[in-house]
Design a protein around this ligand. Structure first.
Ligand SMILES: *Cc1c(COP(=O)(O)O)cnc(C)c1O
Length: 370
């Protein structure tokens, strides 16, 4: 049997006709950048996330960059974030000239250890970027409390977590900004790169919309320097169609997680994902297990040999990346993240997995750990 880590083709088959038809209509208009489809998508995604306003942009990475730009964050400023995330979270901070300050994770949730944040706040700290990793919300209440006490901006990196809930509240609606990615492998993915910034503050999104198009307002007049962060209409057409199915696809992921939980319960040497008490809707962009550090390579190789796709998200925490050597972090400094990087392994979780495939993954994994 073959179980890929992710297979987007079965999902595409179910919406292919609708997408083809809508794209042909778009091609007939020859209007490819921003426009009515993008505006309609902004409204639909804002409503889905419980946010008042949204600005569609060119990628999730650019969503983070433009939110930092909108706050005037730059050289000399510090931004606190998790060291255990996709590089784009920290890359965005560096791209605007600010300095990422890395905080360790909670080893159960893989999200920011909120008890460690306050010790990293300095007079230069301007913002916190919590990441809702793998589709589970970060512990937002304490983060918002610290931010409000020190006057910090909160930018939620919800690239892996559209539709995720924290104590019944949707991500992106709790911080000052929420950033989404529509990269193909995210739970709502398009046929390329795209992203979105959301907020409940109309002025913030107004500023972002001006920055998205070279800081231009009105046409050919530039009061600020922005960039080309525009979304293509093609992505808006595709994403509007896919958004209608998102809840069903999320339910499929949750069902798969529950099935793995049953199939793998009690296996020695295996730690399954933990749904935290505040996590009222985990959307499982990834299903990440944990094994002993000394066994991970063998389990990884064994799964692949048996035809089961798997991956490590992420093998090197950001504070130990080559490009951040100048920041002076040492190995051992953020131990929960370093341990996660050494022990975790993501299994296939995409919604269209069959029961036979899940049973097969569980059997192979049990055999490797026996
Ligand atoms: C995917 C991802 C991003 C970046 O999104 P892109 O659309 O690929 O630029 C940022 N942060 C996290 C946590 C991600 O998983």
């Amino acid at each position: 049997m073959n179980v890929p880590l992710l297979d987007l083709k079965p999902q595409y088959e179910t919406i292919k006709d609708e997408i083809t038809h809508s794209l042909e209509e778009l091609y007939a208009t020859q209007n490819f950048i921003l426009g009515p489809h993008v505006e309609a998508l902004e409204q639909a995604v804002a409503a889905y996330c419980g946010c008042g306003y949204a600005c569609a942009v060119s990628s999730g990475s650019d969503a983070l960059i433009i939110a930092l730009m909108a706050e005037g964050i730059g050289p000399g400023d510090e931004v606190i974030t998790s060291t255990y995330t996709f590089f784009a979270t920290a890359g965005a901070i560096s791209r605007v000239g600010a300095t990422p300050v890395f905080v360790d994770i909670d080893s159960k949730s893989y999200n920011l250890d909120v008890s460690a944040i306050e010790a990293h706040v300095t007079s230069r700290t301007k913002a916190i970027i919590p990441v809702h990793l793998y589709g589970q919300a970060a512990d937002m209440d304490p983060i918002m409390e610290i931010a409000s006490r020190y006057g910090l901006v909160v930018i939620e990196d919800a690239a892996q977590a559209i539709g995720t809930e924290y104590k019944g509240r949707r991500v992106c609606a709790m911080g000052d900004y929420g950033c989404l990615s529509f990269f193909p492998s995210k739970n709502l993915g398009t046929f390329g790169d795209a992203g979105m910034v959301l907020s409940n503050n109309a002025e913030k999104i107004e500023r972002i919309k001006i920055l998205r198009n070279h800081g231009m307002s009105p046409q050919y007049h530039h009061q600020v320097i922005g960039g080309n962060f525009r979304m293509d209409a093609l992505h808006a057409v595709i994403l509007k169609i896919k958004l209608k199915h998102l809840d069903t696809w999320i339910e499929g992921r949750q069902r798969n997680a529950a099935d793995y939980g049953r199939l793998l319960a009690g296996v020695k040497g295996l730690v399954l994902p933990t749904e935290m008490p505040y996590s009222t809707r985990h959307t499982y962009n990834q299903y990440v297990i944990r094994v002993q550090e000394t066994r991970r390579q063998a389990v990884w190789d064994g799964l692949r040999k048996a035809g089961v796709g798997c991956a490590v998200y992420y093998p090197v925490p950001l504070h130990l990346q080559e490009c951040y050597r100048n920041l002076g972090y040492a190995a051992g400094e953020l131990p929960a993240s370093e341990s996660a990087a050494a022990c975790t392994l993501a299994l296939p979780i995409y919604p269209e997995l069959t029961m036979e495939q899940k049973q097969y993954v569980a059997e192979v994994l049990k055999g490797l750990l026996a």
